[in-house]
Design a protein. Structure first.
Length: 256
């Protein structure tokens, strides 16, 4: 769950079977063209979804996305000008991609435009319960898919955290046991250009649990048995076994 400064809320996760309230569905898969049913490409396996609510708690839009295999959204972040980014994992292949084996990481981007207009509609008097015809405000939201990226190794991988930095999106993934950071610059047409990648080393059974920006630094937290993650200056000695860690690197991911 993520809150925006104007009160909007985004929730992302996974669903199997029927998903009520789907205003816009998106099943991005090489072999499935059904974009209308709310049970997904396969009603027996999980799909990713994201829902955005207004500050008043009304559903603005819901997007369901998936392949013919399992999918799961693990992180969500708001961008500028009504854009949203969802990171997660899939056992299938998103449109135009090939699964590298097991779970792969993915990044999806969306943009939306909400319009309102006055139309004639039924108005119910709350006291008399009598219906009359009058002008009501109709709200319509159009959602557009802007980014679909898939990365992976021959092992299980997952994109677990994402944050935005102006016109850039940063993604933290666990790939074949390693902590990997990627920075994508958002282009004028809404597409994403990979500009830098940084491998922080083997987590040795640990995991990534969070990521945030702090000034010009990208801060990553998690757990590891590795006492010397790549490119990180140790300021507190490892205690042995599985340790918690917090490290910061330049947000452009360039070593320095």
């Amino acid at each position: 769950m993520l809150f925006r400064s104007d009160g909007k809320v985004a929730i992302a996760g996974s669903v199997t079977g029927q998903l009520d309230g789907v205003l816009n569905t998106s099943l991005k898969t090489a072999s499935t063209t059904d974009l209308t049913n709310t049970k997904g490409a396969d009603a027996t396996v999980s799909d990713s979804f994201v829902t955005v609510f207004s500050s008043a708690g009304d559903e603005l839009w819901t997007r369901r996305s998936g392949t013919n295999a399992e999918d799961e959204a693990l992180s969500v972040s708001f961008g500028a000008n009504n854009t949203l980014y969802v990171a997660g994992r899939t056992k299938g292949a998103v449109a135009g991609a090939t699964n590298a084996g097991g779970w792969d990481s993915y990044l999806r981007g969306y943009s939306w435009v909400t319009t309102t207009k006055e139309v004639l509609g039924e108005i119910i008097n709350p006291i008399t319960k009598v219906a009359t015809i009058g002008k009501i405000t109709q709200t319509t939201t159009k959602v557009t898919d802007t980014i679909v990226k898939q990365t992976g190794t021959g092992s299980d991988d997952k994109a677990v955290a994402t944050v935005t930095d102006g016109n850039a999106v940063l993604v933290a993934s666990k790939e074949a046991g390693k902590a990997v950071l990627r920075r994508y610059e958002i282009q004028a047409d809404g597409s994403a250009l990979l500009t830098s990648t940084r491998d922080l080393g083997d987590l040795q059974g640990g995991d990534i649990t969070g990521m945030a920006l702090n000034g010009g630094k990208l801060v990553l937290i998690g757990s590891t048995r590795n006492s010397g993650l790549s490119g990180a200056t140790v300021t507190h000695a490892a205690g042995g076994g599985m340790d918690a860690f917090a490290l910061s690197v330049s947000k452009d991911l360039v070593a320095g």
